[in-house]
Design a binder for this molecule. Sequence first.
Ligand SMILES: Cc1cc2nc3c(=O)[nH]c(=O)nc-3n(C[C@H](O)[C@H](O)[C@H](O)COP(=O)(O)OP(=O)(O)OC[C@H]3O[C@@H](n4cnc5c(N)ncnc54)[C@H](O)[C@@H]3O)c2cc1C
Length: 398
Amino acid sequence: MRHFDYIIIGGGCAGLSLAYRITNEAALKQCRVLIIEPESKTRNDRTWCFWGTDAGLFSPVVRHRWTNITIAGSEFSRTADIEPYHYFFIRGIDFYQHIQAFLAANPRIEILRAPADRWDANDTQAMVWANGETFTANYVFTSAPTGSAGQVLAPLHQYFKGWFIETESPVFTADTATLMDFNVAQPDLGLHFMYVLPFSSTRALVEFTTFSSQLLPDETFNQALEKYITDNLQVDQYRITDTEQGAIPMGLPAKSAVAGTSRIIPIGGQGGAIKPTTGYAFWRIQEQTQQITAQLAQNRWPSGEIGHPRRFAWYDQLLLDILVKEGQPARIFKRLFQHNPYPRILKFLDEGTTPWEEVKIFAQLPLWPFLRAWKRQYAPKPSSSRQALPATPKIQHL
Ligand SMILES: Cc1cc2nc3c(=O)[nH]c(=O)nc-3n(C[C@H](O)[C@H](O)[C@H](O)COP(=O)(O)OP(=O)(O)OC[C@H]3O[C@@H](n4cnc5c(N)ncnc54)[C@H](O)[C@@H]3O)c2cc1C
């Protein structure tokens, strides 16, 4: 039985971020860390975007950054500067290789290329069983799906498929990312929009996204992408150089997913790091792993809880309820982006706004959907009509 200070189950975004931060922390230089990850991570299995004033530790792997964003709908289209923020783009493969190369130079970090079969903890230590061996540690941090991480308000996923395309003639404005283009209306779908990240005047990622309770057929994504490129972008000649596809669960994590009372601490998507109403997680994972590293350095019990004010979880709960029960809240997004400076909205989505800034944001939104959601969530109901919450959907890799 081999003992480590920390075992990290899952060497994806959260696991590698945590290992990287622990290795960079002077107070933890002597710690021995085992990462258990079955995949070799030699494939570009995803790309990450996030906004911030700088890209922090990951500046060396930022491939592209945008200074303007566009939100477009049938009644409005607005492109604006997001100063002081940038919208950053990182390729998964660059992130994995950068961190793995850094960790390989440290003899105190070991990587086991196998799945963890089981993990458990008692009062004094945590145990992990993998590859026919038993390992012990002071703490285990896990981003591996367990199916018991928590419960969510809504059985909703953000499903998306994107094409990296190259066009023959110049089409795109390379400093402007389109976060949501609602000019793709399909009557039977829930909230859906196109997302366009141009890397030059002739290269871009064009992605079709839906917020839905079920995965749509692949053909629906392909047709939507083809139609948008041909009709909206007015491009006939293009080449698809790569694709990206995924599903991100949208729901509120239960307290059990984040509370730091056990020696097993869920991190990343399993640890409540996905923003329930947007699906963004990269920057929240950085906040989470930075906080855990600081707690370990101060010899405190680590907690995966992202310490943002509780009112943001409440806002998320109401918006999720509207998304699930009222179908098409595109109007809310349009009003949000039409009437507020973009940096204020990004700060709000980062859960960093003051209550006064939030009043200014809410003043622009339609009131009734939120009142109806509040009533559905909080008005007293006969116990027989209460609905059991479904189990956390896992991130599906399509
Ligand atoms: C295609 C895609 C694009 C995304 N784009 C963005 C974006 O642009 N911006 C953003 O903020 N968020 C994005 N997200 C959401 C989120 O940032 C990512 O899902 C992120 O990778 C979550 O990090 P994680 O560490 O929790 O999970 P992962 O990165 O998936 O890591 C989990 C790891 O656990 C490993 N594992 C599984 N089972 C076991 C086991 N039994 N033992 C050991 N290891 C195991 C897996 O192999 C995997 O490497 C995206 C998600 C997807 C799927």
